[in-house]
Design a binder for this molecule. Sequence first.
Ligand code: SF4
Length: 263
Amino acid sequence: MHLHVPVAAYPGALLDSESLLVSYKPERGEPRGPIRKHAAPDAAPQGDCIDCKACVQVCPTGTDIREGPQLSCIQCALCIDACDEIMDKVGRPRGLINYDSFKNTERRAQGLPQKLAFVRTRTIVYMTLIGFVSSVLMWAFLNRTTADLALQPERNPLYVLLSDGGIRNTYTVHVLNKQTSPRTFAISLQGLPGAQMRWNDGRDGLKVEVPADLEETGRLFVTLPAEAAQSAFKDGAATGRLVLTDEFGASVTAELLMRGPKG
Ligand code: SF4
């Protein structure tokens, strides 16, 4: 199924008659025609447009802005510069193509002064919406996480009953450093008093070093000694939180669910 999105209609829907658009001034440019060096005295007066078509030639969308504002116009203003250059060469005032509104065209036709109405219901609504969206983006930017932590408990076996009665679970720990500099995280555990942790690869300390913009993975043993296990496990499960804290105090946490014998 093809979804047709009327992208070209959006600018038209966002504008009103006071919006400034690249516009041609027909009352000044028409009737257009090439410069006549030896015009008859009774010849009809000509407008400032010499019909050189420079505005059409430079237009990336091939729009002839002299036919009025069109949806194909992307408001790049190249025709303004092209027309001003021609006006300079033929000694006529710049601005035959310029930013203008429908209302101003009407005002000029009625002999009224031009004006720019920047504060309108539409612009107030737009500014409110832009302000709201900007605030949401700023909030998201300021509250973005700079690290991610994920725990994958080993399923087979769910837990190991040690000879001293302790319960050990094994987790694969994934730590993602989203910053552009390496970080060292200290690992701690909350909510499971007496629990002990160590890496299964024998590395020293409860730390993990993560290079910039990369993920580090390790297998972590979490052991609850027999006494602690007796009080911690309810219906075969005990819950704590694994906390990773970097050198600057920024931390990231993940729930750590331990499995043990039921009853
Ligand atoms: S503003 Fe750009 S796109 Fe629009 S008519 Fe002029 S040259 Fe073409």
